[in-house]
Write a protein that binds this ligand. Structure first.
Ligand code: PLP
Length: 422
């Protein structure tokens, strides 16, 4: 790297640490911004004004703080993983977002934005969902706050994630299947934005990850940063800071939430783990930062998966929550300046890591989360004796229909079981 480039990267890191990024245009260096139609600008400006006014306000902080404590169940535990540690030859700690209400970190963002919507005087909420996890968190948060919730979901996802559709409806949300575009998450985001534009005063758009136009990547990071702030304070009660921290990256919200508190800790190496899927061919993975190029999707300039004709690529991952061709702009910056390293874990590595976590620690992680564990496992093999923090973004109960396609093979009939136990 040229010396002036290294200096420029250091300047950008300092700007990030000093709270100067995103800048007034919502840019994280060359990434981010607001690539939206003119008709959306009044709504975006209202939201931006509200975010910067309300988030630092004492009354809002108190309200959010008590909901996080009493309803979400924060702080979540920091759990040592002794048997996994022994197996890997490293000291492993889990930050347990799987213990948060509704089973993943997504609720931190959903309740924060639902409270923001209420404070801004919105009377209804729209949200998008892919696998349904953000839809469930939004439905729960809206019920809690007392606002009606409409969730847009691609019709393909509605069909393959029916238990989550049922959960959302029981929590009072209206689920609208989207039949346009690719009929999955990408189309659902487009529809949610369309709905928001049609009534930007009464409607609040509750976006589910650290993506989209400014101020969303900033807002979602601020709401998820509680993960890293807690984890950093918790680990210091027992030990020094970790040598490395790992989190899986879909849109990037749990990862930025974990990493943000550690950005200034030079000695803590940070690793985002993307879905390597079934191979390196475009279309076989969701490794946006590892294999993508800069481009614009859903209102922001960031890394993106598209082909030589500029067509956004269909992505693949065994975990539905990582299956997205874009990524949050702050991650694109963190990769560019080299503060975070982005690696991949394949479908089969994730499945193996999930099995190992179940067997050795009695924790069934989400398939998304299993990618972070797989990335950490590989790193531990060549970094023996290190201390490793892993963001356990969610629990795997929701993945049972997929996991049942990969039987563990330890089921026995009665007689076999008796013999095996003897
Ligand atoms: C949705 C989800 C993810 C991916 O989303 P990010 O915004 O990248 O965090 C990861 N883990 C779990 C458990 C999820 O539900």
């Amino acid at each position: 790297m040229a010396p002036d480039e290294a200096a420029q990267h250091e300047t950008l890191l300092q700007a990030l640490l000093n709270g100067k990024l995103p800048d007034a245009e919502g840019r994280f260096g060359p990434f981010g911004g607001r690539y939206v139609p003119e008709t959306l600008m009044p709504a975006i400006n209202r939201l931006t004004e509200g975010v910067y006014r309300l988030l630092p306000e004492k009354a809002f902080k108190n309200r959010l703080g008590s909901e996080l404590r009493d309803w979400v169940g924060r702080p979540t535990s920091l759990t040592p993983a002794p048997r996994l540690s022994k197996e890997w030859g490293a000291e492993v700690w889990f930050k347990r977002e799987d213990l948060a209400h509704t089973g993943a970190h997504k609720i931190n963002n959903a309740i924060g934005q639902a409270l923001l919507a209420e404070a801004l005087g919105a009377t209804r909420i729209v949200a998008e969902t892919g696998a349904g996890q953000h839809g469930v968190a939004s439905a729960a948060a809206c019920a809690r706050v007392g606002l009606p919730c409409v969730v847009y979901m691609g019709e393909i996802d509605v069909a393959r994630q029916s238990p989550n559709v049922d959960r959302m409806e029981r929590l009072g949300a209206t689920v609208i299947p989207v039949t346009s575009g690719d009929c999955t998450l990408r189309a659902a985001i487009d529809e949610a934005i369309r709905d928001w534009v049609s009534d930007p005063i009464e409607t609040y758009y509750l976006l589910g990850s650290a993506v989209g136009p400014h101020p969303y990547p900033y807002l979602v990071r601020e709401l998820q940063a509680v993960i890293g702030h807690e984890a950093r304070a918790q680990i210091r009660k027992y030990a020094d800071l970790p040598d490395a921290a790992f989190a899986c990256v879909g849109g990037g919200s749990n990862a930025i939430g974990l990493f943000y508190a550690f950005l200034a800790d030079e000695n803590v190496q940070l690793f985002g783990v993307e879905a390597g899927g079934r191979g390196e061919t475009l279309g076989d993975h969701s490794a946006t930062l590892s294999a993508g190029r800069p481009g614009v999707l859903h209102g922001a300039h960031s890394m993106l998966l598209y082909d030589d004709d500029g067509q956004i690529q269909e992505t693949h991952s065994v975990s539905a929550g990582l299956d997205y061709p874009g990524v949050g702009p702050e991650h694109s910056l963190l990769k560019m300046i080299g503060r975070v390293e982005y690696v991949t874990a394949s479908d089969s590595e994730a499945l193996d890591a999930l099995a190992e976590c179940c067997a050795l620690e009695g924790i069934l992680p989400a398939l998304e989360t299993a990618h972070a564990i797989a990335g950490a496992r590989r790193w531990a093999a060549s970094n023996q004796g290190t201390r490793i923090l892993i963001g356990l973004s969610g629990r795997g109960d929701k993945d049972m229909p997929i996991l049942s396609q990969y039987p563990v093979g330890n089921r026995r009939n009665g007689e076999e079981a008796v013999n095996a136990a003897a």
